[in-house]
Design a protein around this ligand. Sequence first.
Ligand SMILES: NC(=O)c1ccc[n+]([C@@H]2O[C@H](COP(=O)([O-])OP(=O)(O)OC[C@H]3O[C@@H](n4cnc5c(N)ncnc54)[C@H](OP(=O)(O)O)[C@@H]3O)[C@@H](O)[C@H]2O)c1
Length: 402
Amino acid sequence: MRAWLREVLGRRPAWMNALLGFCAYMSFVYMPWDFFVKPVAVDEEVWFGFLLHGWAAKATEPLHWAIYAAGTYGFWRMRPWMWPWAGVYVAQITVATTIWLVLNVGGMRGGLLGAASAVVYGALTIALLRARDHFQPQRRSFRDRFGEWALVTGASSGIGAAFARALAREGHSIVLAARREDRLREVADALSREFGVATRVVPVDLATPAGAAKLAGAVADLEIGVLVNNAGFGHAGRFERAEEARLVEMIQVNCAAPLVLARRLVGPMRTRGRGALLFTGSLAAKQPMPLHATYAASKAFVALLGEALWAELRGSGVEVLVVEPGTTETEFQTVAGEIPHHGETPERVVEVALAALGAQPSVGVGWWRWLRGNLGMRLLPRSLLASVAHAVIERQTPSALR
Ligand SMILES: NC(=O)c1ccc[n+]([C@@H]2O[C@H](COP(=O)([O-])OP(=O)(O)OC[C@H]3O[C@@H](n4cnc5c(N)ncnc54)[C@H](OP(=O)(O)O)[C@@H]3O)[C@@H](O)[C@H]2O)c1
């Protein structure tokens, strides 16, 4: 707990921690009380120095609430868009409170209070406008941060191929693993041509119990700084209609192989004091998924494994991230036997993952999915979630498999 607090407070200077605390108080305590409890008759809001009363005040409160919520999130994650907007917002408060005090309090007292407010809020405005670097920390390349080689499983297509490309762009030499050797070679050749990086292709079937150990052996001579545990597949259809062996293979590829690879590669990373473990989980991990029951369960395993390792490895120099995409346009749907439907691009999934690495244990892709995963799926009754998921997935599953 103490280490967590130190890490969280260490992300920004003390005065910004105070602003974070203030925004959090406004978002979670004051604004809910103001909006839901405070009687309309005595409600007041000040906008740009003008005082609103009653329903006019009540109607504008959600906007104030949203601004403080954005401030809480922005300071918590030190988001780049906080510059210059946090400063601009406080500049507006500086002007508004000064006008308000001079006009409404009036006289000598109003003038003195207005001047004091202008100094305090003005200083805060200047501090925020000068704090650009805090919101845009100097970025070191992944290769500098984690070491020369990145190992990507499932690199022959989709999200894995996009990971390989993004990591090659960061200067990593890449080990590409999957079953289809011709596809791996195609991806590897493109990476060498475009980014001039070294590559190694390891054809391997991770559905066999020996597959992950074979892959770990094939890279034993390399310093693997980044492991992307991405290979995986789904299998649409009613549980008892699925071939048992296929479901067991799914557990092997989606759960056992990432576990074995992480287990074997994390020791040397910890010894070197740097490294990154990425897991491709899924939004499916957040809820029961009828007609994809084993797949969702396998991704729940990945989510809990990765998030626990994030905490175990904090402070060791080894970063851990579970990226949890929703529907993404890859070969996944064909392999799973689903009716095709639209989704994110694999490049977007990778961009979100690499931006979140080092900042949080897991990340969803897109605000709507975040809202579904973190609010809807945590708060709604499980029976309702399972029934809604059933109705949605039924539409994506051929009738012969339902
Ligand atoms: N697409 C989505 O909607 C979506 C959403 C959430 C999460 N995900 C997850 O994203 C990850 C990547 O999937 P994708 O969407 O990029 O699908 P994809 O295009 O089908 O890629 C899957 C990759 O896994 C590899 N793979 C499958 N079985 C394997 C085995 N037995 N041994 C070794 N490699 C194997 C495949 O290579 P080979 O066939 O050449 O072996 C391929 O490179 C998976 O973990 C998936 O569960 C996908």
